[in-house]
Design a protein around this ligand. Structure first.
Ligand code: ADP
Length: 509
């Protein structure tokens, strides 16, 4: 018996769990494993001396956990509890205790037997896990993206609040839903092929269409990650979902308007070409019969002038004048339709252009006593012949529309703005009434009779076409009787000059 007792006692004291028994009639401790000191810091004899020491060392914050214990034991119920204790050295440990009460025949509690064990490590690990779970939960819940998880049968097994928001369902409604509940037929087909890819471990990024609770289609961008078990079996997929409906509809609108614009552009280009061709063909082909008419009219005049009556002579003169004028108009029209059909873009030194124009206009300038001043002009890329024509037309007009008995003064200034040069040609001429400031740029529109000022009314429309060819604008600011300033801009970007040149050129062609 002694041997058995010894063996039992060795066993009793060698395991980590601590056994204890209390006589609840005499309120004395019957036995306690001597390993108790390892867990509690209190010795076996300290426990033996005080049957309530078990309770005294429970952490004050956890005392409530054992409040009902006494009543339960007295009813004979087994108890299991987890709480913190404060060791003798004030260290805190987590303990799990299971107690079996024994009642006598009258139902009076006579004895309790218990086992305690240290669960601090697993408890801490659990707490850590709980904390990290909590952290992840917060991240998932506060995420600006929808996050959801589908299982291997495509049922939604997890979702965050944002996902509910995106799809318009409450959290309750969302539970148990199938992925296809949010898709139309086309969406289902796409989803299936995406899932198949996922099963082959190809994670993807897709734009998908979902149908919300209200039946409204929305667009989302999803990035998916398939989930596999430790044995490599497909367990479903995790998707991060961003609502891109607004971006998508913006993109679609933009795309549509780009298409519309391209169509209109093509249309415009075609009409423009047709118009130019028409003007060219008409003016070119009209020249021939007109030349013949003029030759014969002049011949007729030479031969028959003075041989018919005075009226006939006058009529003949009118016919000759009108035909000559028509020749000028048609030549102007031909020149107009030819603008930009010359050479390619090239570097143009505007100082040289001005010098050449002034040399060409030497006689007019001298006759009129005009004074032309200019600041240093830029070198830019453009059509040199056309730019020369532009300078010439503006200068000729300023001289032509000068005030009587006043020497014309023309001043040229420039200014560089972002990606264009702005030119200003100012004169001290007769000026233009504000109401005509648009009309003068229309082909064959003039403000004066030919008797007042020579001209066909094509000069400024020429200028306009030339400026537009250089992606610029032409306009006038003027005060009648004081003078006018004609402004125009020439596109001239700082960088990529070469590339822009080519583009400009192609755009024009
Ligand atoms: P044209 O000179 O053959 O009449 P334009 O197209 O060059 O044709 O000019 C159109 C009209 O604009 C002119 O008839 C004139 O009335 C007005 N105009 C042009 N330049 C000036 C200027 N510098 N000062 C005043 N009026 C001008």
């Amino acid at each position: 018996l002694e041997n058995v007792n010894r063996e039992l006692s060795t066993l009793f004291n060698s395991i980590d769990e601590i056994f204890f028994s209390v006589n609840m009639v005499t309120l004395t401790v019957i036995q306690v494993s001597d390993t108790c000191e390892k867990l509690y810091g209190y010795t076996q004899s300290e426990f033996m001396a005080n049957y309530k020491l078990w309770l005294d060392i429970i952490h004050p914050d956890d005392k409530h956990l054992v409040e009902t214990e006494d009543a339960e034991m007295r009813r004979g119920e087994k108890i299991s509890n987890q709480y913190r204790i404060i060791r003798k050295d004030k260290m805190i440990r987590w303990v799990e205790t299971r107690i079996t009460p024994t009642l006598d025949d009258d139902g009076i509690l006579i004895r309790v037997d218990g086992i305690s064990r240290d669960i601090t490590d697993s408890r801490n690990a659990k707490e850590e896990l709980h904390k990290s779970e909590e952290r992840y939960r917060q991240i998932v819940e506060t995420a600006q993206e929808g996050i959801w998880l589908i299982d291997e049968n495509n049922y939604i097994s997890f979702f965050n609040k944002k996902m509910c928001e995106i799809l318009g369902y409450s959290e309750k409604e969302m539970k148990g839903k199938h992925l296809f509940d949010f898709m139309d037929e086309e969406g289902k087909k796409n989803a299936l092929s995406q899932i198949e890819k996922g099963k082959q471990k190809i994670n993807g990024n897709y734009d998908v269409k979902y149908i919300t609770k209200s039946g409204k289609p929305i667009w989302a961008n999803i990035s998916t990650n398939s989930v596999f078990s430790a044995h490599g079996q497909y367990n479903g997929a995790l998707a991060m979902v961003t609502d891109i409906t607004r971006r998508k509809s913006g993109e679609e609108l933009l795309h549509q308007s780009e298409i519309d614009l391209a169509i209109k552009n093509k249309d415009l280009e075609r009409k423009n070409t047709e118009l130019e061709q028409f003007a060219y063909v008409a003016s070119h082909d009209l020249q021939e019969p007109l030349s013949t008419t003029i030759s014969f009219v002049e011949l007729f005049k030479q031969k028959y002038e003075g041989k018919l009556d005075a009226k006939a002579d006058a009529y003949l003169t009118y016919i000759v004048q009108a035909s000559r004028r028509m020749r000028v108009l048609i030549k102007d029209l031909l020149d107009f339709s030819r603008i930009g059909h010359s050479k390619d873009f090239e570097k143009v030194d505007c100082n040289v252009i001005l010098k050449n124009v002034m040399a060409d206009l030497d006689k007019i300038i001298k006759d009129s006593g005009a004074e032309i001043t200019s600041e240093r002009l830029p070198v830019l890329t453009g059509y040199s012949t056309e730019l020369k024509q532009l300078f010439q037309n503006l200068i000729v007009n300023s001289i032509k529309f000068g005030k009587k008995n006043v020497f014309p003064k023309i001043n040229i200034t420039t200014q560089k703005n972002n990606d264009y040069w702005q030119f200003a040609f100012s004169d001290n001429g007769i000026g233009i009434d504000q109401q005509h400031s648009e009309r003068i740029f229309i082909i064959f529109q003039r403000l004066h009779t030919r008797a007042e000022y020579e001209g066909s009314g094509i000069g400024l429309s020429h200028c306009k076409k030339i400026v537009e060819l250089h992606r610029g604008k032409l306009w006038v600011e003027s005060t009648p009787n004081k003078g006018s300033t004609f402004y125009f801009t020439i596109h001239s970007p700082k960088e990529n000059t070469h590339e822009t040149e080519i583009k400009l050129h192609h755009a024009h062609r």
